[in-house]
Design a protein around this ligand. Structure first.
Ligand code: AHR
Length: 664
């Protein structure tokens, strides 16, 4: 029956295939094409997938400039790391003393390590610590920075402390001075104004009297964060993400969410509340998560950029690639003991309350305490990430799924069907999802550009009555994993097929999103950056062109070509945005020859006139560089359009034609 339905759907769909080639219809210009009715598609198809991978959070989107601010780095993160990584003992002017890392009376039990500074002789300039930031601290002249530190005075006397920022050629900010006045942990704050710009400054804290004190949570934030949020995000990077116009954001990651062993699974409750009380942990990608960018900040960012939040929680099992677990010392996928599963599931219910519950509810109150009494309007939750489809996984997923759906039928649950576009986990995952009638499943594929061009019909034959699809991670991997125009065009071509199948493919996100140059564990990524620059790839612009030109209605057969043999090199789509009435055409040509196309606009809703046309084109092997020397960027101009008109898609191009419509 299912096979029959698939066949039928396939037949029906083939009537609507968008490219009609000349070989089939030689006198096409004289043939009347009946424009079939539009089909409703996902109005929120293109979004982003944020994973704390490649220093995407600390040293990335999270605007904190101090590395290892809480002295919690350890060899468990990376074997050469310890609580003093990124720090060094500093003495200026012949002072001397000692520093030690201690744990017996921390600022909070979740944050056990702190530094004790014993100043035996303050010398001329003091004794203290220097932090080198993430590859240096980037400061800009005239900008203000919020400094803060927790200090516990251990000697009887008050200790004056000076904080300064030093660049290559000396001080780059006016120093600030304050004095300790508490034998309990106390937070001290100051504003530092940069007087010079520098890309590799260091923060120096100098104690200027004999005595002893404990220090923790040393922090330096630009005041200019995205939307000026305290504990906020790096403005340029966040803006680059916002400029993608993502309709949703999946977070906090893929493998990071289910973690390297049961003890490393991402637990959202550890990431909210006062920063000094959050529980930091090793990152599966072999570095450290301060979780300063935690669930509150993720939700707030989603709200700030108009993206629907899509948190992903482990399905009670850790990543099948786990190298070893902290709790039970084993390798591979492991499941939480079943008697711990109720608590795990309760955490998911609590997350829904944290996001959506009234400010008077237990978890809604915590959201309100963080400054957001209104709900975050959570509609989606992912359970699991490309997990191996074992009985251990299935048992836990079902237990969680049943409870979440029973208590929150309004939440769309996104299940998982393994790490690949085919194979055992994929097949079994789909069977299981269909058995359970899971709302949506998450498919992943990292494949060569040719794979994308060879699989344009993938979703045409999917069963329309089965679970909906979220293409949660995909990217075309070109040679040496470079972000070439060729890879971006392969993705764009594929995205036209996602639009065509937008009735069942509800979401899609390129992966991964961010990569800090010099600190990548994975390539390619959508956006590269360092401390001072943000470098969008060509793939970024392809994503941006699709996400900012979405529609909620898909029209088949609008764009045709007479050129033979273009089925795998040329694709096109036509969508309409009912809110604006605009009709949007996308044409992607992966070939070396221009493709002449005929466009018969759907009626009603479009009129003769002028359209905006944006083109992304160049050498197929081109890559964008951060210095702007070889940049393939979208170019926008205007184009005269009629109800029926001809347009030739340039070689190696993605073209978006946006025709201002009326709302009829
Ligand atoms: O996107 C990088 C990784 O690829 C994700 O963490 C994981 O889900 C996938 O294997």
């Amino acid at each position: 029956m299912i096979a029959y339905m698939k066949k039928l759907t396939c037949l029906l769909l083939s009537c609507f295939l968008m490219i009609v080639t000349a070989s089939a219809q030689p006198n096409q210009s004289t043939v009347k094409i009946k424009v079939p009715a539009a089909k409703p598609i996902s109005p929120a198809l293109f979004g982003i997938f944020f994973e704390d991978l490649n220093y995407a959070a600390d040293g990335g989107l999270y605007a904190e400039l101090i590395q290892n601010r809480s002295f919690e780095y350890s060899p468990a993160d990376r074997k050469e790391w310890n609580p003093l990584t990124a720090w060094e003992y500093t003495t200026e002017g012949f002072g001397y003393g000692t520093i030690s890392v201690e744990t017996n009376a921390p600022v909070h039990a979740n944050n056990p390590h702190y530094v004790v500074l014993n100043i035996e002789d303050e010398g001329r300039e003091g004794v203290g610590l220097t932090n080198s930031g993430f590859d240096g601290i980037v400061v800009r002249a005239g900008q203000k920075y919020n400094f803060s530190v927790f200090v516990r005075q251990l000697s009887d006397n008050a200790i004056p402390i000076t904080v300064k920022l030093k660049g290559k050629k000396g001080n780059v900010a006016d120093s600030v001075t304050f004095s300790t006045d508490s034998k309990e942990w106390k937070k001290y704050t100051a504003t530092i104004t940069a007087t010079e710009s520098d890309d590799s400054a260091r923060l120096i804290i100098l104690a200027k009297a004999k005595g002893k004190m404990a220090l923790d949570m040393v922090s330096l934030f630009p005041q200019n964060t995205f939307k000026n949020r305290p504990n906020g995000l790096r403005a340029d990077l966040a803006q680059t993400i916002a400029d993608l116009h993502p309709k949703f954001m999946r977070f906090p990651g893929g493998c990071l969410a289910h973690g390297d062993g049961l003890g490393n699974m991402y637990r959202w409750k550890n990431t909210i509340g006062p920063l000094e009380q959050r529980l930091e942990q090793r990152n599966i990608w072999n570095y450290h998560q301060s979780v300063g960018l935690g669930y509150f900040e993720f939700f707030q960012f989603c709200e700030d950029i108009g993206a629907k939040p899509l948190p992903v929680i482990a399905a009670g099992v850790c990543c099948q690639n786990s190298g070893g677990t902290w709790r039970i010392g084993s390798i591979g996928q492991r499941g939480l003991p079943l008697d711990e599963l109720n608590a795990w599931t309760q955490d998911i219910l609590d997350l829904i309350e944290y996001a959506n519950g009234p400010a008077t509810s237990t978890w809604g109150a915590k959201r309100a305490a963080a400054g957001h009494p209104e709900p975050f309007h959570l509609e989606y939750i992912g359970i699991g990430n490309e997990d191996a489809q074992t009985p251990v996984f299935r048992e836990r997923f079902k237990m969680i799924y049943d409870v979440v759906k029973a208590k929150h039928p309004e939440i769309t649950v996104v299940g998982t069907v393994g790490p690949s576009p085919a194979g055992n986990d994929y097949e079994q995952g789909w069977r299981f999802a269909n058995e359970l009638k899971v709302d949506m499943v998450d498919e992943h594929y990292y494949e060569k550009p040719e794979w994308f061009l060879n699989n344009l019909a993938r979703y045409d034959s999917y069963d329309r009555a089965a679970s909906k699809v979220y293409v949660g991670e995909y990217a075309a991997h070109d040679i040496k994993r470079k972000n070439t125009l060729r890879s971006a065009l392969a993705e764009a071509t594929y995205m036209t097929s996602l639009e065509r199948n937008g009735d069942i493919v509800r979401f899609a996100s390129y992966a991964p999103l961010l990569g800090r140059k010099g600190h990548t564990q994975w390539n390619p990524n959508l956006i590269y950056f360092n401390g001072s620059q943000v470098c969008p790839t060509i793939n970024y612009y392809a994503q941006q062109l699709f996400a900012s030109n979405e529609g909620d209605l898909y029209f088949p057969n609008v764009i045709t070509t007479d050129l033979p043999d273009t089925a795998k090199t040329f694709a096109a789509s036509c969508v309409k945005d009912s809110k604006t009435g605009d009709v949007i055409l996308k044409l992607v040509n992966n070939g070396a020859a221009p493709v002449p196309a005929r466009i018969n606009l759907p009626a009603p809703g479009t009129s003769n006139g002028t359209a905006n046309i944006t083109t992304l084109t160049g050498d197929p092997m081109a890559e964008n560089s951060c210095d702007g020397t070889q940049n393939v960027m979208p170019q926008t101009t205007t184009l005269a359009v009629k109800k029926s008109f001809a347009y030739t898609a340039p070689a190696y191009s993605l073209v978006v034609i946006r025709i201002k419509g009326n709302k009829k």
